[in-house]
Write a protein that binds this ligand. Structure first.
Ligand SMILES: [Zn+2]
Length: 259
C-alpha cells in the first residue's frame, strides 16, 4: 500500500530531523521526548484524514475478453446473464471501455488513499476472467464500506452525455447505496462540469444484486458521444472525476457517521 510507505517515509523524516537536532546540540528534555512528540503529531494528523479507517472497493468494469457463460443475476433469481462482457468503446478514440475504466479507477484509488482510505480493487490488469458475481463476492468477503463499480456508458443517441449512477432497488443494501449515490452525484458533477444524467434504482445488474455492502455503479460519461469520449480519455479530466468521486465519498461517510 502506497499510503503505508508514505507514513513510513514521514516517520523516517521525523526521526532524522530529531536526530539532527540532537547532533546540533539542541536541548533535549528527557532523551526521546521531542522525537516522540513529533511522531505523535504526525500520527495524529494522519488519523484526522477524512477517510482514515474507511475501506473502499473499486471494480473497474469489464475485462479484455468477455465471458459469455451464464450466471444468475441475483441470489434468489433463476434469471441468468453473461458472466462479464467486454463493454463498449470510444466512438472518436476507439479506446475500449475496459481500458478507461481501469485508468479512472487507478486515479480514484490514489485520490482515495491520499484521504486516508484503504482501497481494494477487483482487478489491476485487463487480462483477467472475473465474473460480475465473483467481483461482488470479493468485496462482500472484504467487508468494505462502499463499492464503486467504474464504467463508461454508450447510447444510440450520440448527443447523450453526463454522469449516471445506478444502485439496486430491492436488496438489503438498496437504501444505503442510494444514499451514497445521492452524496456522490453533485460532487462529481461539480468537479467535472458534467451534467447529472441520472440516479437510477433497478435490479438489472448482477454486480449490485449480489452485493452485501453498499454499492454504486458509476457511468462516468458516454463513449458514444465524441466530445465526452475525448474528455474521458484526457488525464486531467480523469483526475477531476477521481477528485469529485472522492469528495462525494467523503460527504457520504461523514453523513453516515453523523459527523
Ligand atoms: Zn460498462
Amino acid at each position: 500500500m502506497r499510503i503505508k510507505m508514505w507514513i513510513a517515509a514521514l516517520l523516517g523524516l521525523v526521526c532524522l530531523t530529531a536526530a539532527l537536532a540532537e547532533d546540533g546540540g539542541a536541548t533535549i528534555i528527557g532523551e526521546d521526548a521531542p522525537r516522540q512528540a513529533m511522531v505523535e503529531s504526525v500520527v495524529e494528523q494522519l488519523e484526522r484524514l477524512p477517510l482514515t479507517g474507511v475501506k473502499i472497493g473499486l471494480d473497474p468494469g469489464h475485462q479484455a475478453r468477455g465471458n459469455n457463460e451464464k450466471e444468475t443475476v441475483a441470489p434468489n433469481s433463476s434469471e441468468k446473464k453473461a458472466k462479464v462482457t467486454s463493454g463498449t468503446s470510444g466512438v472518436a478514440s476507439g479506446v475500449p471501455e475496459y481500458v478507461l475504466n481501469l485508468e479512472i479507477a487507478f486515479r480514484l484509488r490514489d485520490a482515495l488513499e491520499s484521504q486516508g482510505a484503504e482501497v481494494f480493487m477487483t482487478r489491476e490488469t485487463h487480462d483477467v476472467d472475473i465474473s460480475n458475481q465473483e467481483r461482488a463476492k470479493m468485496m462482500n468477503a472484504l467487508g468494505v464500506d462502499l463499492v464503486l463499480r467504474i464504467h463508461c456508458d454508450g447510447s444510440e443517441n450520440r448527443g447523450a452525455n453526463g454522469i449516471g449512477l445506478y444502485c439496486s432497488r430491492s436488496n438489503a443494501i438498496a437504501e444505503e447505496s442510494y444514499r451514497a449515490a445521492e452524496a456522490i452525484l453533485p460532487r462529481v458533477c461539480e468537479a467535472t462540469g458534467a451534467k447529472p444524467h441520472a440516479t437510477v434504482q433497478n435490479d438489472n445488474y448482477t454486480g449490485q444484486n449480489w452485493s452485501e455492502v453498499p454499492c454504486v455503479m458509476v457511468e462516468c460519461g458516454f463513449l458514444s458521444n465524441p466530445d465526452e469520449d475525448r474528455l474521458l480519455n484526457d488525464e486531467d479530466y480523469q483526475w477531476k472525476l477521481a477528485t469529485g468521486l472522492t469528495n462525494g465519498i467523503i460527504d457520504y461517510i461523514a453523513a453516515r457517521d453523523g459527523a
